[in-house]
Design a protein. Structure first.
Lengths: 235, 204, 464
């Protein structure tokens, strides 16, 4: 099986190691990984803020880049959601519907397509709080997959009452309405149980929570799901 | 253009290109497995969770006896105009706004919502003003669903029907539940079963 | 009705967060409680089917709205009700003026009605010399405080028990440490005489059944039953979108709305009002008026996408789950309707420019769409209004330029990569004041640390 990796603009710059771990993880599971170098941005920032022509330009570009891929895998729930749920709206075309059907967030690809649930023992003894990013949860309906994989590698997922509440990132929302955005992050951080680290499938969420925690001088560690899953393999 | 014409014209203009949609049909309370037991059991379960009280009266004589005994605690009452004499407590009747006890005759009840159906013809003031409200209803007038109840009501509608499903309550003060804010703080449903057509052991 | 001021949202929200932590705490606690009740109540039923049904009835009704309003008018008139049509708030005021003048109205009691807030009814009645008393306990509290409601169902959720204790001590003479029961009893006593003395009762309308001419009202306190039963004249203000085709449709809506709003199988008191007191009745109003109100609803109906917001049954479920609303409560939104529903009604009813930035006051998390009893696709509508704002030139020019530049780069991978490298070198804190985007970030958070090498670079170097 071959997949094309869509690293996403945000992870390319801020979670490069997580992207590399995504490659390692997929290869370990017997999947060949292509990285079409024409990839740039899925267009979500433009789409969410109502700039439709720009969103369409980026969607068309992305459609072209991944036209021939059998599966497209992303270390990002929100970008996968953009392609799967919104590309067919932006571009009412066969190409868009076709790509939509071949696009996966990493953890759901592992569980649903590769049918993998146990990666190894690498997370044994680790306590983790899982943050469910809104797009992964509500657009892709990815809910059990990340925690199944984490537990499958030996981790304990600690109960967190706010785990499915929005972290306050929301793309440009975080900078347009920073006070409310920060208050939403504070709600997440204040209710966090004592864990080794927090993980999530979305880089934007991780930047929001870690950025806020850092400002408040909270020592909580935040790690990208792809890297944590790779640790599940390697220990 | 008059208000009416203006509004209707704007609506028609707005809908000119809009695809019309069909009515999906009658509501059916589709739900997970229903509470076991009779309509009466179900009514009691829902009504009491909402803070209401239920008294089961096996026959009209028992209802009379209960009302006499219950009414003994009060010094004044207001009575529904359709309340039969045998269900009326023997208390001085005064204006509803000063009476301690209100007694009404319900038109029916609804099991699935735990609601008593109060007809305006029985008297709204009696249904609303006294702090304690007793409502009699015949067991055979308990509808299983709200739909059935509404269908029965619609054949003979007064100026107003009140569906009373519990005591007056509010959580507006710091999210803490309080009762009897404006309407009755205590509501008791007296459910009267029909006289059982069995052998009368005491017949001479 | 204070003049709508959605434009003040960011400043008002920031002020609430900074200066009124008790408000945030009270709102968070109340909304969580409501949402918990709703979750349980939905779980008891086949919520997916109920919600599909409700969406479909409302959609059918809205696409035949003129027909159903005409039918409702015909039935209501046959029932002896005076039916009025009001295009806007001033029309409602004129109708009230005539009623007040004809009957010499001096005192009015009101049940909770968001529409009456929207229309500025209290101010108008007071201007006409009518003493208006809000009778819903939460509305009574905010009336004493001189504040607008903070939430559709619980107007005073931003006030704590201690706030209420202080208020009632001042105004009703209760002890400063009085228990809630005592406070409620004091309110009951104070309002009892108002109900008895009022010449006019005002209500809203949760639903209007067209085939029977029935105004349906849902509550828990009994104040609406009292307000619509004791005074000689009853005026019901009903938004045109509140009509449903059949009385039997109320079987679904009364139950679903109660479950969505407070988690109850039904409100403790439901009024089904057909008209004035009958010849065989000893009490009830002698005169009933229903005012069918537009006030921007037809403008919203005309919007190909935005019209879906008119399905709203005002349950407040979207407010209760919204992580943005929960931080501040409703006042920050500067309008009668707040939270997710406020953000999708305002552009249609107030106009898009006036409604800014409400459609932006969302992270598009989607929680609201998961709970709406009539399945309004709120995130889709928020997105629609954002797109409309850009098309109408309401987005900041810098944002438009930025997006165009970004899209141009995104079409040219080489340039995109190069720009990315430059981004990594940007001193966010220093640039923050020059670029609002960065400034907004560093105001509340540490700047993110770019990876030492981009993934593109790592790939080129080979992943082991």
């Amino acid at each position: 099986m071959r997949v094309a990796l869509f690293a996403t603009c945000l992870a390319d710059q801020f979670f490069a190691d997580a992207c590399a771990d995504t490659v390692r993880l997929l290869r370990h599971l017997g999947v060949d990984v292509d990285f079409p170098e024409g990839q740039t941005c899925c267009g979500q920032p433009a789409h969410n803020s109502g700039h439709a022509p720009e969103a369409r330009r980026m969607a068309r570009h992305t459609l072209g880049v991944f036209r021939d891929a059998e599966h497209v895998v992303l270390p990002s729930g929100s970008c996968a959601g953009m392609i799967r749920c919104h590309y067919p709206e932006i571009e009412d075309s066969e190409a868009a519907r076709d790509l939509s059907a071949r696009t996966w967030e990493l953890s759901e690809f592992l569980v649903k397509v590769l049918e993998v649930e146990t990666l190894g023992h690498g997370l044994e003894g680790k306590t983790i709080a899982y943050h469910h990013g809104c797009h992964a949860l509500r657009e892709l309906r990815v809910e059990a997959e990340p925690t199944t994989l984490l537990r499958g590698a030996g981790a304990e997922i600690v109960e967190w009452e706010a785990d499915q509440e929005c972290c306050g990132f929301g793309g440009l929302f975080s900078t347009k309405l920073p006070e409310v955005s920060a208050a939403m992050a504070d709600r997440k951080l204040d209710s966090l149980p004592d864990v080794d680290f927090v993980t999530s499938a979305d880089g934007g969420c991780l930047l929001q929570l870690s950025g806020r925690a850092g400002k408040l001088e909270q020592p909580t560690r935040f790690r990208h799901l792809a890297s944590v899953l790779w640790e599940g393999v390697t220990g | 253009m008059s208000g009416r014409d203006g509004i209707l014209t704007r609506i028609r203009d707005a809908l000119r290109e809009r695809e019309a949609a069909d009515h999906p049909g009658t509501f059916e309370s589709w739900r997970t497995p229903a509470v076991a037991g009779s309509a009466l059991d179900r009514f009691e379960a829902v009504f009491t969770v909402a803070g209401g009280e239920v008294v089961r009266l096996p026959n009209p004589a028992a209802a009379t006896a209960w009302m006499t005994q219950f009414g003994g605690e009060y010094s004044s009452a207001t009575l529904g105009t359709t309340l039969p004499a045998e269900l009326s407590p023997d208390l001085p009747q005064i204006d509803a706004d000063r009476a301690e006890l209100g007694v009404s005759m319900a038109r029916g009840a609804v099991a699935e919502t735990g609601s008593l159906l109060l007809d305006a013809r029985d008297g709204r003031r009696t249904q609303l003003l006294a702090p304690t409200h007793v409502v009699f209803v015949h067991a055979e007038d308990i509808h299983v669903t709200l739909l059935e109840a509404l269908n029965e009501l619609s054949s003979d509608l007064p100026s107003a029907i009140g569906l009373h499903s519990g005591p007056s309550k509010s959580a507006d003060i710091g999210q803490i539940l309080v009762k009897g804010v404006h309407g009755p703080g205590r509501i008791i449903a007296g459910i009267i079963a029909a006289e059982a057509p069995t052998d009368h052991a005491e017949d001479t | 009705m204070t003049t709508p001021n959605p434009g003040g949202y960011r400043a008002a929200a920031a002020r609430t967060l900074r200066d009124e932590p008790d408000v945030s705490a009270s709102v968070a606690s109340a909304t969580r409680t409501f949402d918990g009740h709703r979750t349980r109540a939905y779980a008891e039923i086949d919520a997916e089917r109920w919600r599909d049904w409700a969406r479909d009835v409302k959609t059918h009704t809205l696409t035949h709205l003129d027909r159903y309003l005409e039918q409702a008018e015909e039935r209501l008139t046959a029932n002896g009700v005076h039916v009025h049509w009001a295009g806007k708030a001033s029309d409602v005021h004129h109708i009230l003026q005539k009623i007040v003048a004809r009957h010499g109205i001096a005192r009015a009691v009101k049940g909770k009605s968001m529409l009456s807030e929207e229309l500025g009814v209290n101010e108008e009645l007071e201007r006409l010399g009518v003493a208006v008393r809000e009778t819903d306990l939460g509305e009574y509290i905010i009336q004493l405080l001189g504040e607008p409601p903070s939430h559709i169902v619980g107007p005073a959720i931003h006030k704590s028990l201690d706030d209420c204790r202080r208020l009632f001590h001042e105004r009703l003479g209760t002890a400063l440490d009085a228990e809630p029961d005592t406070l409620a009893a004091a309110a009951r006593a104070a309002l009892r005489q108002e109900f008895l003395d009022a010449d006019l009762g005002i209500s809203g309308g949760n639903f209007l059944a067209a085939d029977s001419g029935t105004v349906a009202l849902i509550e828990n306190e009994g104040n609406i039953r009292l307000s619509t039963s004791l005074p000689d004249v009853h005026v019901a203000l009903v938004g045109i979108e509140k009509v449903v085709p059949r009385m039997e449709d109320l079987a679904g809506f009364l139950q679903l709305t109660a479950r969505a709003a407070t988690g109850q199988p039904i409100g403790n008191f439901v009024s089904l009002i057909q008209g004035p007191r009958g010849a065989d009745e000893t009490d009830g109003p002698r005169e009933v008026h229903v005012v069918l109100v537009d006030n921007g609803r037809t403008t919203l109906l005309a919007d190909e996408t935005g019209w879906e917001a008119l399905r709203c049954v005002r349950c407040g479920a979207c407010l209760n789950i919204c992580p943005v609303y929960r931080q501040t409560g409703g006042h920050a939104y500067g309008w009668t309707y707040s939270g997710p529903i406020g953000a999708i009604l305002a552009p249609g009813m107030l106009g898009l420019a006036e409604a800014q930035p409400l459609p932006q006051a969302s992270s598009l998390c989607g929680a609201c769409a998961d709970v709406c009893p009539v399945r309004i696709p709120i995130p889709k509508l928020l997105h629609h209004w954002r797109e409309s704002a850009v098309n109408d030139g309401l987005a900041p020019a810098s944002e438009g330029f930025g997006m165009k530049l970004y899209a141009s780069l995104a079409e040219r991978p080489g340039a995109f990569g190069a720009a990315g490298s430059m981004l990594r070198l940007t001193p966010w804190r220093a640039m923050g004041s020059a670029l609002p985007v960065l400034g907004g970030w560093v105001q509340e958070r540490n700047a993110p640390q770019p990876s030492p090498k981009s993934f593109r670079r790592l790939w080129k170097e080979g992943i082991e």
